[in-house]
Each structure stands twice: as structure tokens, then as C-alpha cells.
Design a protein. Structure first.
Length: 259
């Protein structure tokens, strides 16, 4: 006790305030530094995401992107991957201004279960296609699209028909279930025959039947009526849209469903 009393006697009250503030600030800064992942740690987390689980492997899923290779992809009406698309920190990333074009799978698919994650910047716009054929000028003229969007920062987010998760322009999600800008959103698209279902972040947001009377009526009242190939090809490429904005995809895997 005596040592403690003498020690306190060598400090003024003001000095103790400064010491306490400095200690708290240092502890807080140290805590923040511990909570912020390094660039290397983030890259490791990204790479770890691009793996099949044992259950997925047993179910027959295949990786379309392993965090490094883009060999499963090429540009729409191109032999190679456009320069704007690259593997970056474990994500399949699009960088505007480098060399654009929608990315499509080299293989074609009929019935499938597609799962992936996407992330955009503020105001970002992209999309996920299926049923793409290359006899049209653009991928969207044949392939139905699940919208990828920052709903809060892009004008398309103001209309449910063009918001994230929608079957673009035709079927709207019942609510906005996107995560904040910069966070990863989880997608699942299943096509079996003409039945198509979209999930976003674990929530079923869209379900429709291609070529049904309802679908035909919606197409007839939309811009897609001018493109006779739209939605008509059961077999086609999967695609990731270049809409001129940065976008990142990861954990892209697909399972073929027997017809």
C-alpha cells in the first residue's frame, strides 16, 4: 500500500487524465487494428470462398471460377476473355475502361442450378444471364437476366421490375433483400424445363414459367418483343453482364439438372 501511495504522489490529477486518455486511445487503436483485415488476409478469404463443399461436390456441382483461372469463360462473340475481366483478389472482377464485353461460359447449359455471390460499388449495375445464343447483337437479346444492382444508388432500383433480383423488366421481387453496398450478395438461379426460380440472400424473390401465357403477355408488353430470340433457347450460355460499372463475382458454381 505504501508503495502505491508514494507512486500516486508523484503525479498530478491532470497527468492522470492524460495517461488514462492515452491508454484508452491506444487500446482502442490496437483493437481497431486487430479488427481490420490485411490485404493478404482478405485475398485469402476470397480464395477460400471459391471452393466446393463436400456436399456440393457429391451433388455434381462444378466450379466456374476457382479464384484464379478464367478458363471457363470468354467474351460474348469473342474467342477470349475481354481485357476488362480478370481474376483479382479471389474474385472475377470487371474494371471499366480497360476492354469491355459481357462474359459468357464456354459451355452451354439447359437445366441447371447456378449459385454465386456478387458485389457492386455505389450505383453499380450488372446482371446474370442464361440461355444466351450468339446469333443476336447483344446477350440480353436472347438471355433472360437476373438483375445485379445497388438499389439505393441506381435509378433502376426505384422500379421493382428492374431492381436487384428481378427477372429484368418482367418479374419483380416482392421486397428489397440486398445487403449494403460493398457486401456480398448470395444468388441461386434454378431452371428446370421452363420453370425458373431466383433466390437472393436466401429469399425466393422471383418464380416464372417461360412460354406460359403470363410470360408471353409480359414479353409482348416489354422491349423484349422486338427480339424474337429472347427467352426462346432452352440451351445456351450463362453470362455476367458488362454494364460499364465495376462488379465482382465469386463462388460461381453450377450443377446440371437431368432433364
Amino acid at each position: 500500500m505504501r508503495r502505491h501511495s508514494n507512486f500516486l504522489g508523484t503525479w498530478s490529477p491532470g497527468a492522470w487524465v492524460i495517461l488514462a486518455f492515452s491508454a484508452c486511445a491506444g487500446a482502442d487503436a490496437g483493437s481497431q487494428a486487430e479488427n481490420v483485415p490485411s490485404a493478404d488476409a482478405d485475398a485469402e478469404m476470397q480464395a477460400a470462398a471459391n471452393r466446393l463443399s463436400a456436399e456440393e461436390a457429391a451433388e455434381g456441382f462444378e466450379l466456374l471460377f476457382d479464384g484464379e483461372s478464367v478458363d471457363a469463360w470468354r467474351g460474348f462473340q469473342m474467342d477470349d476473355v475481354p481485357a476488362g475481366w480478370s481474376a483479382k483478389d479471389g474474385a472475377l472482377a470487371f474494371t471499366p475502361g480497360v476492354g469491355g464485353g459481357t462474359l459468357i461460359t464456354r459451355d452451354t447449359y439447359t437445366d441447371f442450378d447456378l449459385r454465386l455471390e456478387w458485389r457492386v460499388d455505389e450505383g453499380g449495375n450488372s446482371g446474370i444471364f442464361f440461355g444466351i445464343v450468339e446469333s443476336t447483337e447483344s446477350a440480353f437479346q436472347s438471355g433472360p437476366e437476373m438483375q445485379v444492382l445497388d438499389n439505393a444508388g441506381h435509378y433502376d432500383g426505384g422500379d421493382p421490375l428492374t431492381s436487384a433480383g428481378s427477372n429484368y423488366g418482367l418479374h419483380a421481387p416482392p421486397e428489397d433483400v440486398t445487403r449494403p453496398v460493398g457486401e456480398w450478395n448470395e444468388v441461386r438461379i434454378v431452371r428446370h424445363g421452363n420453370q425458373v426460380v431466383h433466390w437472393l440472400n436466401g429469399v425466393q424473390v422471383v418464380e416464372y414459367e417461360i412460354a406460359s401465357p403470363e410470360w408471353e403477355a409480359l414479353v409482348a408488353g416489354s422491349k423484349f418483343i422486338q427480339w424474337p430470340d429472347y427467352g426462346r433457347h432452352h440451351e445456351g450460355h450463362l453470362g455476367l453482364q458488362d454494364h460499364g460499372d465495376p462488379v465482382w463475382y465469386r463462388n460461381v458454381r453450377v450443377r446440371r439438372i437431368p432433364s
